[in-house]
Design a protein around this ligand. Structure first.
Ligand SMILES: NC(=O)C1=CN([C@@H]2O[C@H](COP(=O)(O)OP(=O)(O)OC[C@H]3O[C@@H](n4cnc5c(N)ncnc54)[C@H](O)[C@@H]3O)[C@@H](O)[C@H]2O)[C@@H](O)CC1
Ligand SMILES: Nc1ncnc2c1ncn2[C@@H]1O[C@H](COP(=O)(O)OP(=O)(O)O)[C@@H](O)[C@H]1O
Ligand SMILES: [K+]
Length: 511
């Protein structure tokens, strides 16, 4: 799914209005109806028990809020509407809908700058329709205090319409004063970039897409470099790879996982098992010799090659078989001979065009030894934020700067980077960003990154392109984690549970 810019959203709304010959107010009514339907179909809302306080700004977002108030009133809810008069300039959509609610004698009061704040009952639902995507500058102190006053209250739920008021949709904030803290954000048609960044998670709450009827031809015309990975993107990739009847294991590639050190062989077991569960044809592992027995016992399907050293890797030798993909770095440690072995290995394979994913300790070695230059084109790195910071040799001021650095590094070294976390983001050598939509905080557990590396390597080995492997990898990994956590709870899942649910995740994406 595309993540358009503000201008593109405005153009798409206008296209909708022009192509359907409707007015802007009618589109607003459709948007409000989407929010209304979401609320009435959400069983946790007790609509006739608790009243709604609706805060409406002067712009079109206020128009949404007023139209929604009208619908809630007709449905039988008690509604109190407050006009938050920040700019003194009223949009048509505001005026049209204000007239409608006054005709129905719905409670309405205007709040002007300098006035005493109204007393608001916390045993109510709050709907925030003060600012939408048109918020473009910081507010004065009076209104910041007002937003703070709202945030201090413990309303039953705080539902922001389109975007929490005061939040920029695609640029950073100097500080977090003057943003409404929503528990739910009902956003129109497409996700907004700021929803996918950790800095703003406490303000956005859970967000939900409300369809307002953008047409396919309009969506097709939007040119963006930011994407949200949804079921549709996955189906488009997966359907090209559905298995044919007469295929054999040779069709699904031979990959190798290189890693492990004394005490860390388990990480290789996780990665290798995940590789098999993701569908690789044949898998080798390369570990220090202390890992031999462990891997043979826990994963008899794998071919085990060992280093001459017992506790660490000192020299990486690939077997004579043709290797289709490499996953390297998990649990590998930092022994000086391992560092040297990694460097020589990268030099050796530089021109061999074997797709490769690099994770964990190998990423840290790359950072310390400044080895990024050695990476073959289209190599995949899978750092978590701390590892990415080490790679950069600097930190970032905010999430937008982090994304900027991410894109710059991918472009400079022509590599893919999977920056892990909630909404893991994949950055490509040509400056595109793909945000993952699956996964949950239960996956913040040791070894879940090792599982992801094994999965991405498996996709590479099966002939998916590096970009497709990253997309399929993060999505399926997150989906397996979601299925596991629904059965077991977020607290209880461990990396092995993610592996055990890859199968169910596959069944879910099958068309
Ligand atoms: N017909 C349409 O165009 C549709 C619009 N929609 C709604 O319209 C919203 C966008 O509407 P608008 O562009 O009117 O934007 P807003 O409703 O966010 O209002 C912005 C207004 O506030 C002013 N403003 C911005 N920052 C300010 C500040 N710090 N202090 C004082 N005033 C400030 C702006 O100058 C502008 O007049 C969307 O978020 C969405 O909710 C949706 O209903 C879909 C259809
Ligand atoms: N809060 C979260 N929401 C979604 N996914 C998460 C969350 N926390 C962690 N993950 C996922 O779990 C994995 C953790 O990887 P990593 O930090 O490398 O763990 P480890 O080093 O223990 O293997 C990543 O794929 C990440 O995206
Ligand atoms: K809002």
């Amino acid at each position: 799914m595309k993540i358009p810019s503000l201008n593109q959203i405005r153009k798409a709304d206008q296209y909708c209005i022009d192509s359907e010959s409707i007015s802007s107010a009618q589109l607003i009514e459709r948007a409000a109806k989407g929010c209304f339907d979401w609320i009435i179909h959400n069983k946790s809302f007790k609509i006739r028990k608790y009243p709604f306080i609706v805060l409406v700004g002067n712009g079109k977002n206020g128009g949404d809020g007023l139209s929604l108030s009208y619908m809630l009133h007709l449905y039988g809810a008690i509604v109190f509407v407050y006009g938050i008069n920040i700019s003194n300039h009223f949009s048509n959509e505001f005026l049209i809908n204000k007239k409608k609610i006054l005709q129905k004698k719905i409670n309405f009061k205007m709040i002007n700058e300098g006035e005493k704040f109204p007393v608001l009952n916390q045993e109510n639902y709050l709907i925030d329709a003060i600012f939408g995507t048109g918020f473009n500058r910081t507010m004065n102190q009076y209104w910041k205090f007002f937003f703070h006053y709202i945030n201090e209250k413990k309303f039953k739920e705080v539902i922001s319409i389109d975007i929490p008021s005061g939040l920029f949709m695609e640029k950073s904030h100097e500080n977090f004063e003057g943003i409404i803290k929503a528990t739910h954000t009902l956003t129109f048609q497409v996700p907004k970039l700021s929803f996918l960044l950790p800095n703003y998670a406490d303000y956005v709450g859970k967000w939900h897409l409300i369809n307002i009827g953008w047409k396919d031809d309009c969506i097709r015309k939007i040119q963006t470099k930011n994407f949200y990975i949804d079921d549709e993107s996955i189906h488009a990739i997966y359907k090209k790879k559905i298995r044919k009847k007469f295929t054999h294991k040779g069709n699904y590639g031979h990959g190798i996982i290189i890693g492990g050190s004394f005490g860390m062989i388990g990480s290789v077991v996780l990665s290798a098992t995940a590789s098999f569960r993701t569908g690789i044809g044949k898998l080798s592992v390369y570990v220090p010799s202390c890992g031999y027995q462990i891997i043979q016992n826990t994963l008899p399907e794998a071919i085990v090659n060992t280093d001459v050293e017992k506790h660490y890797i000192s020299n990486i030798v690939l077997s004579n078989d043709k290797i289709n993909a490499i996953g390297i770095g998990i649990g590998m440690g930092f022994h000086s001979k391992t560092v040297y072995a990694l460097e020589s290995f990268l030099l050796k394979i530089k021109n061999k065009k074997i797709p490769m994913v690099i994770d964990a300790d190998a990423i840290n070695i790359l950072s310390h030894q400044l080895l990024l230059e050695l990476l073959p084109k289209e190599t995949i790195l899978t750092p978590h934020p701390k590892e990415f910071q080490r790679l950069l040799c600097r930190s970032w001021k905010n999430d937008y700067e982090k994304l900027h650095f991410l894109k710059e590094m991918s472009k400079k070294h022509k590599i893919f980077i999977v920056l892990k976390g909630a909404h893991s983001v994949i950055s490509t050598p040509n400056g595109y960003l793909y945000f993952n939509s699956t996964g949950n905080p239960g996956m913040s557990t040791s070894g879940s990154g090792d599982v992801l590396t094994g999965m991405i390597m498996s996709f590479l080995s099966q002939g998916y392109s590096p970009k497709e492997s990253c997309i399929m990898g993060v999505y399926l990994h997150g989906l397996a984690g979601d299925i596991a956590s629904k059965k077991l709870s977020e607290e209880a899942i461990i990396a092995n549970d993610i592996i055990h649910h890859i199968g169910e995740a596959y069944l879910k994406i099958k068309i």
